[in-house]
Write a protein that binds this ligand. Structure first.
Ligand code: 1HE
Length: 254
């Protein structure tokens, strides 16, 4: 197990802690590879994941101290590696909840927006400082942050390097919850526990289908929605879920 990423289990929830507090959990190659390894082969019993940082920060983005000048090919390969890992997080099939505080900056925001549920506390700072450092985003922000904010607001955010707090983040969609100081992890665990009680296939299909349907033409989206419904509605969990509702009891999914 990598020292940079602590992996713990609480019932069906895997809790991943980015563990480089001295560097504000900046994303080193080691940390990125440890996330890659977890999401490539998560234990079968895991039903949801919580990602958090240590030392009062979520993630301060790319580890700038590891950066060397790369040529165009090296830069492209580096960026595409980030895309692969972020895709694995977003489309791996497990619901992922971010518990955020402090820095959610650069690659930290790219990581957060690859996760499905984002909880912030008032210390949280969202920023894309790349434009101020002479570089560009490369870990997926143009698509993931761009779709949340729109290109117009993201352009302004990058040009000025402005910082958004948790309340702004909530109204812009960078986070889904803003909780009192220090309560982000507790709320994230509560949400992960509740999500993990859903039928596994329903969660899987939500994760696989929704973001892709957003990329489709309307007619293709409607068609794909019907396929997704056909898959879930004909599963044993659908029979159980509907029976449990009518019998006024909690469902017992597989
Ligand atoms: C780092 C990093 C880092 C901190 N890489 N070492 N990301 C950034 O441009 C954000 C840069 N960091 C910051 O703006 C600030 O550090 C924070 C707002 C996150 C925190 O401030 P503070 O006052 O609590 O801490 P600090 O004193 O600035 O930093 C503590 C240490 O962490 C210090 O090292 P030290 O050896 O002097 O103790 C910092 O150098 C170190 N540190 N952040 C390396 N990011 C796929 S492309 C993505 C492109 C990007 O992500 S670009 C954005 C990078």
């Amino acid at each position: 197990m990598s020292e940079d990423l602590k992996i713990e289990f609480q019932d069906a929830i895997a809790v991943l802690t980015m563990n480089r507090p001295d560097k504000r959990n900046a994303m080193s190659e080691g940390l990125l590879n440890a996330l890659d390894a977890f999401f490539s082969d998560p234990p079968e019993a895991v039903r949801a994941v919580v990602i958090k940082g240590s030392g009062g920060h979520y993630c301060a983005g790319l580890d700038l101290s590891e950066q060397k000048m790369r040529d165009a090919e090296g830069t492209m390969r580096h960026s595409r590696h980030w895309h692969q890992v972020m895709d694995k997080i977003q489309f791996g099939g497990l619901p992922v909840v971010s518990a955020m505080e402090g820095a959610v900056i650069g690659g930290g925001l790219e990581l957060a927006t690859a996760t499905h549920v984002r909880v912030a506390d008032p210390s949280t700072v969202f920023q894309l400082p790349e434009g101020r450092r002479g570089i560009f985003v490369g870990g997926g922000a143009t698509v993931r942050v761009g779709r949340i904010l729109g290109a117009d607001r993201m352009t302004e955010m990058m040009l000025t390097g402005r910082k958004y707090g948790a309340d702004d983040g909530l109204s812009l969609g960078l986070c889904h919850y803003c909780v009192p100081p220090g309560e982000a992890e507790g709320k994230a665990m509560e949400l992960a526990a509740s999500i993990s009680e859903n039928a596994r296939l329903s969660n899987y299909v939500m994760i696989q289908a929704l973001a892709r349907i957003e990329d489709m033409a309307k007619a293709d989206g409607f068609f794909t929605e019907s396929l997704a419904a056909a898959l879930t509605q004909t599963s044993p969990d659908a029979v159980e879920g509907l029976a449990a509702f009518l019998e006024k009891r909690a469902p017992r999914f597989r």
